[in-house]
Ligand binder design. Structure first.
Ligand code: TMP
Length: 197
């Protein structure tokens, strides 16, 4: 989030409190899951009968309506604007931020030997009086990204859990280790949550 802030992508992030908690600004979440895909996998591969791992001709951005009871149905810009979830201007901003984030993250991950196959973002409105700014919210982690090892193709993301592949924790720790955010002594060295005033 901090690195994205540095390249001009506004986010809800204020600061990390410890390994488990972050201080973030309260935003009004836009009820959309914004999925960016670089390589066919998961539901896209299934929907179009593509072999998982097929590179896409260009990055594809999809929108899903955030509703657990409806199982997050895929929606078009028409649905989004007709139902008033976001305006065409909001969507332009969301799309351009999503693509910038994709460029940045793809580079970041390729630098540590991981292919960013796809990921899901959420955005929110940060109000200042009557005015608002759309900012990146929620989280970016192996829970909402597909990350494949460039050399071996090994999946280091939530698909290990979804597909019962085992070694979920080890995979997440490997991503953290490559990002340089795993403490020297391993996960046991993580500080627990601290009560903040
Ligand atoms: P999908 O292929 O299942 O549609 O998932 C695309 C990407 O979005 C993948 O990186 C996982 C992420 N995702 C979430 O974070 N939450 C969700 O509820 C879903 C369906 C996908």
């Amino acid at each position: 989030m901090l690195r994205l802030g540095e390249i001009g992508v506004p986010t809800h992030f204020v600061r990390r409190l410890n390994m488990r908690e972050q201080l973030v600004r309260e935003v009004e979440i836009i009820p959309l899951e914004v999925v960016v895909r670089n390589v066919a996998a998961g539901s896209l591969a299934q929907r179009f009968g593509l072999t998982e791992g097929t590179p896409l001709p260009r990055s594809v951005v999809e929108y899903y309506f955030k509703s657990h009871s409806l199982e997050d149905p895929m929606v078009s810009e028409e649905h989004i604007t007709a139902f008033g979830w976001a305006t065409p201007m909001d969507l332009d901003e969301i799309m351009s931020m999503a693509l910038r984030i994709n460029d940045f993250l793809s580079g970041l991950f390729i630098g540590i030997g991981l292919k960013l196959v796809d990921f899901r973002l959420e955005f929110g409105r940060l109000y200042n009086g009557d005015e608002f700014q759309i900012v990146l919210a929620d989280e970016i982690s192996p829970d909402n990204c597909r990350l494949w090892d460039v050399k071996t193709g090994e999946r280091l993301d939530k698909d290990r859990f979804r597909r019962d592949l085992g070694n979920v924790e080890e995979a997440y720790q490997e991503v953290a280790r490559r990002l340089g955010i795993l403490p020297e002594g391993g996960p046991r060295d993580f500080q627990g949550p601290a009560i903040m005033q």
